[in-house]
Design a binder for this molecule. Structure first.
Ligand code: AHR
Length: 489
């Protein structure tokens, strides 16, 4: 099979905001506890309780933004339960996720310490479903006020004199479902009220985020934009890829045939139509494109690994998931000027994770490796591209591409989606002189994955054999591979 790509290297377009590569961490299963946080007394090496191995991996992956504390958990989380002396913190039942006792050891200060260690922007999703207006209002004050109000001084007392300056502020989560089962009219009215009391303190201006639709719920977007559009900076979209199409039996993360593989990719690609559809509605109420659409929950949702707690959503991660990640990030890059922060669900040990842990062991999944290969696109300027190749049986083009430029470096990420056929690919780079090229990739059978016994079975390896003839690069993309080509121009 052959593919031809043309990229205009001389006309850098819109910036690809790094936040499009964001992540999500919820108090769910082993994401926070065990996955990210083990506590200061753990034999697992840690800094202020955060796992050193995981933080190091996340830095390599390039995490620009992290959403917390949920998810469904957000709308039953009361932030005051998670501050102050740990031994006095309230113990609550995590009713959404496994019915386990949440002892609130990991709270506001711990989350912001985690973000500091990773070097990422915090995105806090506050509780509208079961919390009060005052509670939400005071959380913002606690975080961002640099005055000496009683609430701000509570923060000083808890060890943080400087305001945190949190910017991204979610006002409820999935309020059409776990966040209160509301109608869009009801949520829009409540959103307007709650966000009023989420104040800007000094230079710390909030980016206010309203709960948006699930999948193709156009009506929710319509009502929200009409009633509350002018009070928000971002509207969220949640869309998961359920390979079978049935929530009752989603299918195994590791055992699937080629037909299911193809179906998974086709379902993931619906993201393109969803983004276009919701943006078209938003356009009518916000012709200046002030409000960003934020896909702050996306990824593959498989059946849990056999023998694990069904409420913990622990799943393995194969090259199929890596393909979904590459395909989705390529879609996001195409709408870079209209999207706000987007978050894969979730970061560690839950759903389509970038890192898995077991005791003191950890591994980076094929999905995590895709983020590493895509890191150079963050904050680079996207480049126009034309892709010419055959479609596969599921109607998708075999090759998915992102291209960007930062100063004298052009980065191409080329994903050969076919599970069995290599792809001879020619890339013409117009308007630039090619000086030097380097290429690396991940590849494998569609079932290939990393396990604790073989944690680097899928790894980033060099892609050799790239030929350069003037402005044209030729290379062979192995079946089921994601390749990053770096070109000095
Ligand atoms: O990511 C798991 C759950 O999926 C989140 O808690 C919720 O927002 C969504 O339904």
């Amino acid at each position: 099979m052959r593919a031809w790509v043309a990229v205009d290297g001389a006309r850098p377009g819109v910036r690809i905001p790094k936040e499009l590569h964001g992540h999500f961490s919820e108090h769910l299963g082993r994401c926070i506890y065990q996955g990210l946080f083990v506590g200061e007394d753990s034999p697992i090496p840690n800094e202020h309780g955060m796992r050193k191995d995981v933080v190091k991996a996340l830095k390599e992956i390039g995490v620009p933004l992290l959403r917390w504390p949920g998810g469904c958990f957000a709308d039953e989380y009361h932030w005051r339960d998670g501050i102050g002396p740990r031994e006095a913190r309230k113990r609550m039942v995590n009713t959404h996720w496994g019915g386990v006792v949440e002892d609130n050891t990991f709270g506001t200060h711990e989350f912001l310490e985690l973000c500091r260690q990773i070097g990422c922007e915090p995105y806090i999703n506050a509780n509208l479903g079961s919390g009060t207006v005052q509670e939400m209002s005071e959380w913002v004050e606690y975080l961002n006020s640099d005055g000496d109000s009683t609430v701000a001084m509570e923060r000083w007392k808890n060890g943080h004199r400087e305001p945190y300056g949190v910017r991204y502020w979610g006002v409820g989560n999935e309020n059409w479902g776990c966040g209160g089962n509301m109608t869009p009219e009801m949520y829009a009215d409540l959103y307007r009220r709650y966000q009023t009391y989420c104040r800007d303190y000094g230079a710390h201006k909030l980016f206010r985020i309203a709960c948006g639709p699930s999948d193709a719920d156009w009506h929710w977007t319509e009502v929200l934009m009409q009633k509350a559009g002018r009070y928000m900076d971002g509207l969220t979209l949640h869309s998961y890829t359920v390979p079978s199409g049935s929530w009752a039996e989603k299918g195994s993360a590791t055992e699937f045939d080629e037909a299911r593989y193809m179906q998974t990719l086709a379902r993931a690609y619906r993201m393109d139509a969803l983004i276009r559809g919701h943006l078209a509605i938003m356009d009518r109420y916000d012709p200046e494109h002030r409000v960003k659409l934020m896909v702050d929950e996306w990824g593959c949702w498989h059946d849990v690994e056999p023998g694990t707690n069904p409420g913990f959503l622990y799943q393995q991660n194969t090259m199929r998931d890596a393909m979904v990640a590459a395909l989705t990030l390529d879609v996001f890059h195409r709408y870079a000027d209209r999207l706000g922060p987007c978050c894969i669900a979730q970061m560690v040990n839950v759903l389509q994770s970038v890192v898995l842990t077991e005791g003191d062991r950890m591994l980076v999944t094929p999905t995590g490796l895709v983020f590493m290969l895509y890191k150079a696109h963050q904050e680079a300027q996207s480049l126009e591209q034309a892709v010419f190749c055959d479609c596969m049986d599921n109607g998708l083009r075999q090759l998915s591409v992102s291209a960007s430029r930062r100063e004298d470096t052009v980065t191409l990420t080329l994903t050969n989606l076919h599970p069995a056929q290599a792809l001879e690919t020619e890339v013409r780079l117009d308007g630039v002189t090619v000086r030097e090229t380097a290429a690396r990739m991940i590849r494998g059978d569609m079932h290939a994955m990393n396990t604790f016994e073989d944690p680097e079975h899928v790894r980033i390896e060099p892609l050799d054999g790239i030929r350069c003839d003037g402005q044209t690069l030729s290379l062979t993309l192995p079946a089921c591979s994601v390749c990053e080509v770096t070109v000095r121009v």
